[in-house]
Design a protein around this ligand. Structure first.
Ligand code: AMP
Ligand code: GLY
Length: 425
């Protein structure tokens, strides 16, 4: 098979790593890719949102399958354009992608299909939003409706701050993404990222991971795209995963099909593990980053038949994927200043050294300068991942590798996995 993989982050590098390991794959092309992906596949400088150029590239390489990484490509309608060109695609249409791109759509969808989630109201008018907030207990959850690069959510401890946040969003702080706000009941619990594959009509669970969203140790500092992950997520027992499948994943896939927008690709359910069971925080129309990295390290089965079956509507004909029991951990090395003002250009070295058994480093925001020297080019720069027979060993392996990577202008959290370790004790 010839495969075109769209995206350039650590998530996509880990997908590329797993895809090229498949004996089914003759050629993998990544657009735009990154220097890590360039070591294992062809890369082409085509942006993940340049839909006509991506369709053209898929034609040129006679792609049997296009795999969409980032939500930006989903929202740009890449899957729609590929369907028109009759090129099989792993990834949802823009309409199906509304499960991520519109929080108001998703809340109403949950109502229509009975998915457990926080109670809410949707507002375009500040006075009505303020009146609704007055009916809720603290703390308050206020969200911009549209895609706001993970920054459109405010958890406000007091009513004053909650009202100010709603007024601010409706006043244009997030542009059109904030023209509507969703106000939600606060859910108490631990968060888990659960993944499922869907071919539009059938869904298969793909495992779970836990992320660390705050920038600094002890869950302090600003929210980020994610500073590290581990999988499996011990809090999500197999019974709870089955419950989440039955109450959330299966009705989501069934509901989208019934509404005429079958969901194809990976469905990422952000769950809050409440005392009343798993409840939906949000859906994403893509793999998590860096959740994908630890899933790829643990997936024993060949990924490609599953991606292909999703694109072709034959997921029910495959056996469930096989997983390694061993836990996997990912530590994100970010550029100083991330997430607000990451410093670009920091030198990276040491990746060629022997970093240890079952250690893999994925590139995220890296680039090679004119001399071919590897430098930081983004907020999250490298993903140091490790697998081992126990979580404790996997963490130790990952941090031993981190210590050998030379990225002086970077930082990382040193407590990835703390919740799971605490749970073991
Ligand atoms: P979202 O972009 O919807 O995933 O929200 C970002 C983060 O805000 C989530 O990962 C949660 O940590 C938190 N959050 C969102 N909605 C709620 C809620 N209803 N109750 C508690 N925490 C929430
Ligand atoms: N790591 C969280 C996300 O990908 O949204």
């Amino acid at each position: 098979m010839n495969i075109l993989l769209v995206g350039s982050g650590g998530r996509e590098h880990s997908l590329a790593w797993k895809i090229v390991a498949s004996p089914l794959v003759a050629r993998l092309v990544c657009a735009p890719g990154n220097p890590g992906m360039a070591e294992i596949a062809d890369v082409r400088p085509v942006s993940a949102t340049d839909v006509p150029a991506l369709v053209e590239l898929a034609r040129e390489i006679a792609a049997d399958l296009v795999v969409i990484g980032p939500e930006s490509a989903v929202a740009a309608g890449l899957a729609d354009a590929l369907a028109e060109a009759q090129i099989p695609c792993f990834g949802p249409t823009a309409m199906a992608g509304q499960l991520e791109s519109s929080k108001a759509f998703t809340k109403a969808f949950c109502d229509r299909h009975g998915l457990p989630t926080a109670g809410y109201g949707v507002f375009e008018d500040a006075a009505a939003a303020e009146t609704f907030l007055e009916t809720l207990p603290a703390p308050y959850v206020i969200k911009a409706d549209g895609l706001a690069a993970g920054k459109g959510v405010v958890i406000a401890p007091t009513l004053e701050e909650a009202k100010a946040a709603a007024v601010d969003m409706l006043g244009g702080r997030f542009g059109s993404a904030g023209a509507r706000v969703v106000i939600e009941e606060f859910m108490e619990g631990e968060e888990v990222s659960l993944f499922a594959l869907s071919d539009g009509h059938h869904a298969v669970l793909l495992g779970a991971a836990q992320d660390h969203k705050r920038a600094y140790d002890g869950d302090k500092g600003p929210n980020t795209g994610g500073m590290g992950t581990y999988s499996p997520a011990p809090i999500l027992t197999s019974d709870l995963a089955q419950q989440a499948y039955e109450e959330l994943i299966s009705p989501a896939v069934g509901g989208m099909a019934a509404e005429g927008h079958p969901y194809v690709g990976v469905l990422y359910a952000g769950l809050m593990m409440t005392n009343d069971g798993p409840k939906l925080v949000e859906f994403n129309a893509r793999f998590g980053d860096p959740e994908c990295q630890v899933l790829m390290l643990r997936l024993e089965s060949d990924l490609v038949p599953y991606l292909d079956a999703c694109a072709n509507g034959t997921l029910d004909q495959l056996p469930p994927p096989v997983w390694r029991e061993d836990p996997a951990v990912c530590v994100v090395l970010a550029a100083e200043g991330y997430p607000d003002r990451p410093r670009a250009g920091g030198l990276i070295a040491g990746l060629d050294a022997d970093l240890g058994e079952d250690v893999v480093v994925f590139h995220a925001g890296t680039e090679r300068d004119a001399e071919g020297v590897l430098r930081a080019a983004g907020g999250r720069v490298l993903n140091v991942c490790a697998r081992a027979p126990t979580l404790r060993e996997a963490i130790a392996r990952a941090y031993a590798a981190v210590a050998r990577v030379d990225f002086a202008e970077g930082f990382h959290r040193s407590d990835i996995g703390w919740r799971a370790l605490e749970r073991e004790q």
